[in-house]
Design a protein around this ligand. Structure first.
Ligand code: PLP
Length: 413
């Protein structure tokens, strides 16, 4: 009975399915005997969802009007739209990014930003360029909107960004498509924790600036950017590379508060469009609200208020940054345990710099390895031929010894 364009689709959500198995094992064997590394949300050392005190207190004190009323408009509250730009591009963005126009629109998390972008900028039947190691939902969004997938190898043999492959894939698509939509998930890439160096960004931006006759829509998925330790100086240097973008290159930042404020279920995010052409930004402002209105209508006002109340108040913002630093330290400690032990065990891992996840490339035996790990009550997520370990949700005491257990399962299979 489905419309033709919707037949043949079935959501296979590996993450939720494996997470369910882990929960069942916890019921059967007890929490301490199970390692649930499937979760993509930040958990504390008691294996409870990390909740920011400042988020809790501000949200609980919002007025009923702010919590229950419709947002003032479809694209989001004005001050929210301005604050998301400032969080990504800093307060001085107008002075620094000369000749660049920026606009934002509130979306249902980063997912809404991604789907709204692909829906509006990918021509039906076109290929969208995605990294070979990727969050699987990108693929589904492309398929949902009548496109197909092309992938670039994220890493070269030295574990750096595979610029050669990326460039070749873009150029190939540019020969046959008017619009080339591509995704760069950086920093704190899901599932590897990869981030590019400043030099890699320079090469990439030079390449984008050299493209003519094809529209490039560069989706930069920054869902995990708050948990990256690249530092303000380098982030600002990378920001500056946006100056001089040609008119045919549109940058679209997919911004999410799910991870930033640890408010996953609240569904707050934004699309931030960056272009040197005012007309391109006007087109964005005209077309995107149409899609918002016809899918989710508008974004929860309370979530937007929560964000602006914290960000606009220096004391609350300082509290947030302070708490966030605590969680970043925790993530670092967990990563250090795993990376050190992996080295001792000669366990290969994909280049990790920051963020919630590390990935072990396994190869063809990945299913067997997962089965063996599950027999040991260790639950991880399969990503292509690798396994993803959610450092974000496993306490340090359970990370200790995990690399050896994984290595043993790989050696056995
Ligand atoms: N991008 C990546 C890489 C993700 O892993 C996720 C969520 O897991 C998202 C975007 C979107 O998250 P949300 O829609 O909750 O903002």
């Amino acid at each position: 009975m489905l419309a033709k364009r919707y037949t043949g689709k079935k959501l296979v959500d590996n993450i939720f399915a494996t997470s369910k198995k882990a929960k069942q094992a916890i019921l059967k064997f007890g929490k301490e005997n199970v390692i649930n590394a499937t979760i993509g949300s930040l958990y504390n050392e008691d294996e409870k969802l990390a909740v920011y005190d400042v988020v809790e207190s501000v949200y609980r004190n919002l007025s009923p009007e702010d919590l229950y009323a419709y947002a003032s408009n479809v694209i989001g509250e004005d001050d929210y739209l301005e604050e998301v730009i400032k969080v990504v591009f800093y307060e001085d963005y107008k002075e620094v990014l000369k000749g660049i126009h920026i606009a934002s629109i509130a979306t249902t998390g980063g997912t809404g930003a991604l789907s709204n972008t692909i829906k509006n900028y990918m021509d039906t039947g076109d290929k969208v360029l995605l990294p070979n190691w990727m969050w699987g939902t990108y693929k589904n969004i492309v398929i949902e909107n009548g496109g197909t997938i092309e992938t670039y190898q994220l890493f070269n043999e030295n574990g750096n960004f595979n610029f050669e492959d990326f460039k070749n894939k873009v150029l190939e698509l540019a020969k046959v498509q008017n619009n080339v939509v591509l995704v760069i998930n950086e920093p704190s890439h899901n599932p590897t924790g990869f981030r590019m160096t400043y030099e890699e960004w320079v090469d990439l931006m030079d390449f984008f600036k050299s493209i003519r006759d094809t529209n490039l829509i560069v989706i930069r998925d920054v869902a995990y950017f708050e948990y990256d330790d690249r530092g303000e100086e380098e982030t600002k240097k990378i920001r500056k590379l946006l100056v001089g973008l040609p008119k045919n290159v549109l940058f679209m930042y997919a911004f999410s508060l799910s991870k930033s404020l640890s408010i996953y279920g609240m569904r707050i995010g934004a699309q931030i469009a960056v272009s040197s052409d005012e007309g391109v930004i006007q087109e964005f402002k005209d077309a995107i609200p149409f899609s918002c209105r016809t899918t989710w209508s508008n974004i929860p006002k309370g979530g937007m208020k929560l964000f602006t109340t914290i960000m606009k108040n220096p004391e609350l913002k300082a509290n947030f940054l302070n708490e966030k630093q605590g969680y970043m330290n925790l993530l670092n400690e967990r990563a250090n345990i795993f990376l050190t032990e992996a080295k001792e065990q000669n366990l290969e891992i994909l280049p990790y710099k920051s963020g919630f996840f590390v990935t072990v490339p396994v190869g063809e035996t990945v299913d067997k390895v997962i089965e063996d790990l599950e027999n040991k009550n260790i639950f991880v997520i399969k990503f292509d031929t690798g396994i993803r370990i959610g450092l974000c949700s496993v306490p340090k005491r359970k990370i200790k010894g995990l690399a050896k257990k994984i290595k043993d399962s790989i050696d056995k299979s």
